[in-house]
Design a binder for this molecule. Sequence first.
Ligand SMILES: Nc1ncnc2c1ncn2[C@@H]1O[C@H](COP(=O)(O)OP(=O)(O)OP(=O)(O)O)[C@@H](O)[C@H]1O
Ligand SMILES: [Mg+2]
Length: 281
Amino acid sequence: MQNEAFYLQQMMENYKSRAGTLVVTSGKGGVGKTSIAVNLAVCMAASNKKVLLFDADMSLGNVDILMDLNSRYNVSHLLSGRRSIEEITCTGPAGLEVICGASGLAELADIGDFQRERLLSELSRLQTENDMIVIDTAAGISKAVAGFCLSADHVLVVATPEAAAITDAYAMIKLLAKNAFAGRISVVVNMAETMAEGRNVYRQIANAATHFLGANVYGAGVLLRDERLTQAVRMRKPVVLAYPKSMIATSLLELAARLSNGMQAQPREQSFFRKVVDWFF
Ligand SMILES: Nc1ncnc2c1ncn2[C@@H]1O[C@H](COP(=O)(O)OP(=O)(O)OP(=O)(O)O)[C@@H](O)[C@H]1O
Ligand SMILES: [Mg+2]
């Protein structure tokens, strides 16, 4: 009986100790991934959760620009051993923690096993010290982007009413389905002119995913095109802070609440970062 109780306790620890991982992706560039990731992370952090925003855009990472953060260090400084994980982490609004420039992860291939293990355990610590990790990815469906998505608990695919964005969102869902992704897939439609247009785009994607891939895709909501978001970008402030009472801020808050509820971490024998790195090499 004691053994069974111990087993249950261990299993519960397994659930408790890992942050849920949410990857924001799209395929097509410029659809609002970074804006959505930043605002979601701020909303989640504001609800007393320990949240880490991880900028995994290897080419044009600009999470720091959207929040006017001064990020001097990134994962490559951690890798070279010059900086600690605390030193490469910046603090954003609402106590949100931010790590910029994951391009360093690709360099993990070139280092020895011992150093790699040490770094991976440092990165894995992020998952035990936070409640949620939000990851912003680059445009395109590269191997790196696929690695982040397939390692996550939850993938948020951003689409817009543009035909190319719909096709790319579907291509991303197809990649997940073909690789037997076991997490949750949600779609948010951004820059819609009307709610009806946005819902229609979601239905097209979800129907195709069910029909051709047998994949279940959740509707995370619709975000309308809103000039205030563009203005907030210019002000280098998340729109939920720049215009907290605007429609777009309310929609982003609702999106954050919906995603937090559907984002319990799965018990995994491997940490998120270890899975990402295993996928790379
Ligand atoms: N709902 C919206 N209403 C108005 N403008 C928007 C909206 N969402 C995003 N934008 C604008 O679109 C531009 C691109 O947004 P963002 O950088 O978030 O896209 P991205 O998908 O991260 O791009 P990339 O693929 O280059 O990383 C931004 O300048 C932003 O102002
Ligand atoms: Mg971006």
